[in-house]
Design a protein around this ligand. Structure first.
Ligand code: ATP
Ligand code: MG
Length: 293
């Protein structure tokens, strides 16, 4: 796998990490600690890089399983995209290495675990907590979209919480680099008609929709279009059958904001930079971007 600028971490501001730069990693470079979780294709362990003592999460994927499910291509893209993103609300990928059987991803460790579990524990979040998370996500997505990266899979399972309680987007398995895709498809951007250039923006608006769904789920504890049957969920999404139950009590400013994101016509969804200026966000989101429980 000749991808992602060799295997070095790129965060020049982190002294611990830069101390181990310009190295090819092997399993011997790490002390392996407790398991952190289990994914579809392998396990994630707490690990310490021996020379720097830097704590990381090591994601171990089995090549055989990746091949069986034909997701090697997807993994390559995930690694390539995630290793080039540097943002406080995006889980960093410092590097990768592999042996005969496995692929190892060296990930930033998110000490406080999954947002999904927090949400299960609390049932639903307060408006301050929801707004803080939504603002953090909007900033991270603005950064991604600026680099022509669309995440496409924003949901509580893919959000982790860092040691400082900051939200971290993980799992770029479904993300796409629109610029790259376009270049490989069409050779050069110069000849593209306006509607295709514009569709970069157009595509990015899928993340605004997902953020609207997430905001609803944070505040109500369930996603808005949930239904027993798959076909009913599908119908409710297509019709944007958005309903706000009486309980838990949610302010009309929050409901307003959700309705502005969950708009069928993707060009009419509230742009992320405008979302950050909305009174509900300004009044509720912690200015530090950190919600301490
Ligand atoms: P799936 O596709 O089933 O979600 P996956 O292959 O994407 O699996 P992950 O979701 O990345 O696997 O990891 C599995 C679990 O390990 C996570 O749900 C989380 O609890 C834990 N985990 C993963 N990465 C980290 C990390 N960087 N820091 C802390 N915990 C992590
Ligand atoms: Mg996952």
């Amino acid at each position: 796998m000749a991808i992602a600028s060799e295997t070095q971490p790129q965060d020049k501001t982190s002294s611990e990490v830069s101390a181990v730069e310009k190295r090819r990693w092997t399993l011997n470079d790490f002390d392996i600690g407790k398991p952190l979780g289990r994914g579809k294709f392998g396990h994630v362990y707490l690990a310490r890089e021996k020379r720097s003592n830097h704590i990381v999460a090591l994601k171990v994927l089995f090549k055989s399983q990746l091949q069986q499910s034909q997701v090697e291509h997807q993994l390559r893209r995930e690694v390539e995209i995630q290793s080039h993103l540097r943002h406080p609300n995006i889980l960093s990928l410092y590097g990768y290495f592999y042996d005969q059987k496995r692929v190892y991803l060296i990930l930033e460790y998110a000490a406080k675990g999954e947002v999904y579990k927090e949400l299960q524990k609390c049932k639903y979040f307060s408006e301050r907590r929801a707004a803080t998370y939504v603002a953090s996500l909007a900033r991270a997505l603005i950064y991604c979209h600026g680099k022509h990266v669309i995440h496409r899979d924003i949901k509580p399972e893919n959000l982790l919480i860092g040691a400082q309680s900051e939200l971290k987007i993980a799992d770029f398995g479904w993300s796409v680099h629109t610029f790259n895709r376009r270049r490989t498809m069409c050779g050069t951007l110069d000849y593209l008609p306006p509607e295709m250039v514009e569709s970069v923006e157009h595509d990015a608006s899928v993340d605004i929709w997902s953020l609207g769904i997430l905001c609803y789920e944070f505040l109500y504890g369930v996603p808005p279009f949930e239904a027993k049957e798959h076909s009913d969920t599908y119908r409710r999404i297509v019709q944007v059958d958005l309903k706000f139950p009486p309980k838990p009590i949610v302010s009309s400013a929050a409901k307003d904001l959700i309705a502005q994101m969950l708009v069928k016509d993707s060009s009419q969804r509230l742009p992320l930079h405008k979302l950050l200026e909305q009174p509900w966000i300004v009044q509720n989101a912690e200015p530090s971007g950190v919600y301490k429980v």
